[in-house]
Design a protein around this ligand. Structure first.
Ligand code: AMP
Length: 180
């Protein structure tokens, strides 16, 4: 039987604080130890590369999806357990999401935000009920959480929007949720 798959959205860069890359490494290792399959964007750069290398090194299953036009830019990681090349970014996001049971968001940039908001708005529309975990490493996502609260307070979303995201401080807290 296929084990549970965890889709990780995260930066294609390492970010300013070394704790971000450390958390990505910890996450990859922890997913492998828990026999959870990593689904991600198949790049070998930034936090994406860190989470995948750690999962692989610990013997975990990895499923990566990358659009052809990003193969060079994001250094497509061909040695994953499953490596899928799509024509477009939209296909990539769809294939990643369809092959995952749970979504985890580590620190990242505009691409990670796009991915988060896509699954969040789909959830708001009732198109899926997959859990969305926001890993607030070193408080990175606090401004985003404040913005979402602001959107709700100003009447542009139901309060339930906030409930669709579970904010957790670090990888151990996440693993407790995923395996507890
Ligand atoms: P970033 O968080 O900006 O470092 O990007 C993280 C990942 O999101 C990378 O694999 C990007 O290719 C991807 N990405 C960038 N732009 C988009 C987009 N418009 N939609 C979905 N993913 C994107």
């Amino acid at each position: 039987m296929q084990s549970l798959s965890v889709c990780v959205y995260c930066g294609a860069r390492p970010g300013a604080d070394p704790v971000f890359e450390q958390s990505a490494t910890d996450l990859g290792k922890a997913l492998a130890a828990a026999r959870l399959r990593l689904v991600y964007g198949a790049g070998d750069v930034g936090l994406m590369g860190a989470v995948a290398r750690a999962a692989q090194a610990a013997g975990g299953q990895t499923f990566g999806v990358i659009p052809a036009h990003l193969m060079a830019w994001e250094v497509g990681k061909r040695d994953l357990t499953t490596f899928v090349v799509t024509e477009t970014m939209h296909e990539r996001k769809k294939v990643m999401f369809m092959n995952a049971d749970t979504v985890v968001v580590l620190p990242g940039g505009a691409g990670s935000l796009d991915e988060l908001f896509e699954v969040l708005t789909w959830r708001q529309l009732g198109l899926h009920d997959k859990p969305i975990y926001l890993l607030d490493i070193a408080g990175y996502w606090q401004p985003l959480i404040a913005l979402i609260d602001h959107v709700i307070a100003q009447g542009f979303a139901d309060a339930s929007l906030r409930d669709f995201i579970t904010v957790l401080p670090d990888v151990p807290a996440l693993m407790e949720r995923l395996t507890g």
